[in-house]
Design a protein around this ligand. Sequence first.
Ligand code: AMP
Ligand code: ZN
Length: 114
Amino acid sequence: MSDCLFCKIAAGQIPCTEIFADDDFLAFGDIDPQAPTHILVIPRRHISGLSDLTTEDSLLAGKLLTRATQIAADEGLNSNGYRFVINNGQDGGQTVGHLHLHILGGRSLDWPPG
Ligand code: AMP
Ligand code: ZN
């Protein structure tokens, strides 16, 4: 999608701190980190958010989760744990309309969320 920030990052038109890339996904550091490790994992294909996933996306959605767990392990987060967050829509706090999974780790995280 031409006016989507994360599509532009995936296309290399806007720089990012790349952490992982393959044909399906890109992972990069969040520009405003909320924890010592704060990584965003996005599908290269534009999907607006969780609400737009269809059953045809099941394989991609599963791969998103397993890819993110691999990245978390590679970042050394398995020993102390970590959190995945996917915000969806206005009440969910989603600010970028391209599906993305937050990997947060490196400190103890509060619960419940605000
Ligand atoms: P969300 O609020 O779940 O939609 O998350 C969007 C995330 O994208 C926020 O954590 C932002 O800090 C992050 N973000 C926005 N612009 C950029 C950018 N250019 N590079 C990296 N992260 C960004
Ligand atoms: Zn997009």
